[in-house]
Ligand binder design. Structure first.
Ligand code: SF4
Ligand SMILES: [Zn+2]
Length: 355
């Protein structure tokens, strides 16, 4: 069994109530941001497509314990509007320079329940026209990745321009099952990742720092172990996502009951430094959403912005020296103390897995 019945039931109960607040906007959202491409600094054009949303979040399992993206998806999509909006935005935005185009659906681009195959193909063909776009990033759960869908993609584009991001979260099956309710295991990710690499495309796994029931200390260990397994597969990029607490989720529930603290920025700094030292050739991405806020990774409030700026610079340059500055703040001792005390207390929480 890849899910824990008790955890899935609790997630589903929370999800059923929160889904009644779901938005219905059919607008394609987009923005540009600085981005580290494989070949260096560039610009990312990010699209959020209003599909019906993640099938896993809509399934009886309730989806992942930490994810509230489904509340932003409409119940029905207008595919013509999606395609025409993408065309217009590309025409207005892609100029000189190098670009990465990220197409997010708050689910899986390759899930045909979200985007029919012909719509997937048209979108890729429209982006492929622009030579300045070196990378096209799609997100997908492993179950939608198969030889047929990769061969279909290859008809429209040179596969080395494609990067498939998979929300692996952790390489530890206990965490996937008992903390996140991910619905797949490491082995499923491994199978899909190999298929993608064989097709000539790239893989970017997302790792989740500090999911529910996993102490800060254990999550640091888990990220190291997961990066090592990812590296062994020949994957050259990893994105470490420090948790941000989405409303309407199981995680939000335990946060509101004061049973959970969002990660410390000190831990993220430590992780980035140590991983870059160990794997200098690996592209390490770490976007901190809601950084400095209660629902995002934060320290004491005084040192947060300095550390967030260091992390941003490091991600763009991939230069470890950006992380070497000596930051002195009293909360560093508090962080170290919490690594120990949280590890002791965490086992009191319901559904706590034996990690
Ligand atoms: S984290 Fe990804 S797989 Fe899980 S519910 Fe959210 S969109 Fe779906
Ligand atoms: Zn501080």
């Amino acid at each position: 069994m890849k899910i824990s019945k008790a955890l899935a039931e609790e997630i589903q109960r929370i999800r059923a109530t929160a889904l009644t607040t779901r938005k219905h906007s059919r607008k394609v959202t987009h923005w540009t941001e600085n981005h580290r491409l494989r070949s260096g600094k560039g610009t990312a054009l990010v699209f959020i497509l209003p599909t019906r949303g993640c099938s896993w979040a809509l399934a009886k399992s309730g989806g992942c314990s930490i994810c509230g993206y489904i509340y932003d998806n409409p119940q029905e999509s207008n595919f013509d509007l999606i395609v025409s909006s993408i065309k217009n935005i590309l025409r207005r935005t892609i100029k000189e320079g190098k670009f990465s185009v990220k197409i997010f659906t708050s689910g899986s681009f390759l899930d045909q329940k979200e985007l029919p195959l012909e719509v997937q193909t048209t979108i890729i063909e429209e982006i492929a026209i622009y030579d300045q776009v070196e990378e096209i990033v799609l997100e997908s759960r492993p179950e939608y990745i198969n030889e047929k869908i990769l061969q279909n993609l290859a008809k429209s584009i040179e596969m080395s321009r494609i990067e498939i991001a998979i929300g692996l979260e952790s390489a530890n099956n206990d965490i996937l099952k008992n903390s996140i309710n991910k619905g797949f295991f490491w082995e499923d990710f491994e199978r899909s990742a190999k298929l993608v690499l064989e097709s000539g495309a790239n893989i970017k796994p997302y790792l989740l720092f500090k999911p529910p029931f996993v102490s800060e200390y254990d999550s640091i260990k888990d990220i190291y172990q997961s990066v090592s397994k990812i590296h062994d597969l020949g994957i050259d990029t990893v994105s470490i996502n420090a948790i941000s607490i989405h409303r309407g989720t199981f995680l939000s529930d335990i946060f509101e009951q004061k049973l959970y603290r969002a990660p410390w920025l000190w831990s993220i700094l430590l992780l980035c430094k140590e991983i870059k030292k160990e794997y200098p050739a690996m592209r390490l991405i770490c976007d901190v959403v809601a950084g400095g806020k209660d629902r995002g990774a934060h320290n004491c409030g005084k040192c947060d912005s300095v550390i967030l700026r260091m992390l941003q610079k490091f991600i763009l340059t991939q230069d470890i020296e950006e992380l070497e500055a000596d930051i002195v703040c009293g909360c560093n001792e508090e962080w170290k103390g919490s690594l120990i005390s949280e590890k002791i207390n965490i086992t009191d929480i319901r559904y706590s897995p034996a990690l």
